[in-house]
Design a protein around this ligand. Sequence first.
Ligand code: KG4
Ligand code: ZN
Length: 329
Amino acid sequence: MVLGIESSCDETGAGVVSGGRLLGAALSSSMDEHARFGGVVPEIAARAHLHALAPCVRTAMAEADVRPSDLDAIAVTSGPGLSTALQTGVAAAKAYALAWNLPLYGVHHLAGHVAADTLEHGPPPGRSVALIVSGGHTSLLLLGDLARDPIVHLGDTRDDAAGEAFDKVARILGLGYPGGPAVDRAAREGSATAVRFPRAMLGAGFDFSFSGLKTAVARHVEAEGTRAPLADVAASFQEAVADVLTAKAVAACRAHGVDTLTIVGGVAANRRLRELAASRCAAAGLVLRVPPPRLCTDNGAMIAAVGELLVDAGAPPAGLTLATDPSAP
Ligand code: KG4
Ligand code: ZN
């Protein structure tokens, strides 16, 4: 039974996991406090974590109906993320580990995103390709055993992350922050073929680039002004992102002889990305694993899921000397 704590950005999350099952979770977001600044303000996020951590842990444990003495370990995100935000969560996790005499594990935030899917679809497949699409990352990874095998990095974004592109385009369209869900909603009323935005395929490799697309949207809006129906621009932009992401992910599976694709991270909550991934995987004979939206965005349960894999693999706990690593590779 593992308690997981997440505080790398603007979501405070706690979750309790046992036997690969999610028993209880709680989430608190400081998103609204950042809205008027157009992006996450690290100090505001850290203060919000300070207020929300203990209530989230209490709520998750109450929902799971577990007492401290039922727990076997605590896992906490140690990086990558915002430095002061990470420090708040790690300090809280150390306090719980000390008070309850439990081993403490540091978890890589992206391993958490990947493991989130195991809470929905069971143990990870032997080999798979994972596409992580969040506010800070756009990575294609070749995975084996999550607790033992090294993760092979196939490709990454060369500029903006996919979520960042959604957030920036939302700002261009005046849709506010956070941008991803707003663009997703606006796109429902629009046509994905209204505007042919560029797709940066960057040859046969597995790297991505989204800054040219963002600039193309800005130019289009500048040129067309209010004549450009916002829903059409949102839908066409979203289509360009989903097209490139799914085409490269499917190609990576083919290139590495893998039959399972897992898509995780906040952008995996996107309706069109989920739809296009499903149809392209079906056409290519691939198994697609995408967790439900609440497990795609940052949460504590995904950190607990990695914690349980580490405990089961007999990994040594980090203990009270655990340090944060804001720019963990
Ligand atoms: O994984 P996440 O919660 O936090 C990070 O680790 O970054 O991802 C947040 C990102 C934000 O950029 C947000 O705009 C985007 O995920 N996002 C979406 C959707 N929901 C969240 N992007 C597109 N469509 C969505 N429905
Ligand atoms: Zn994340």
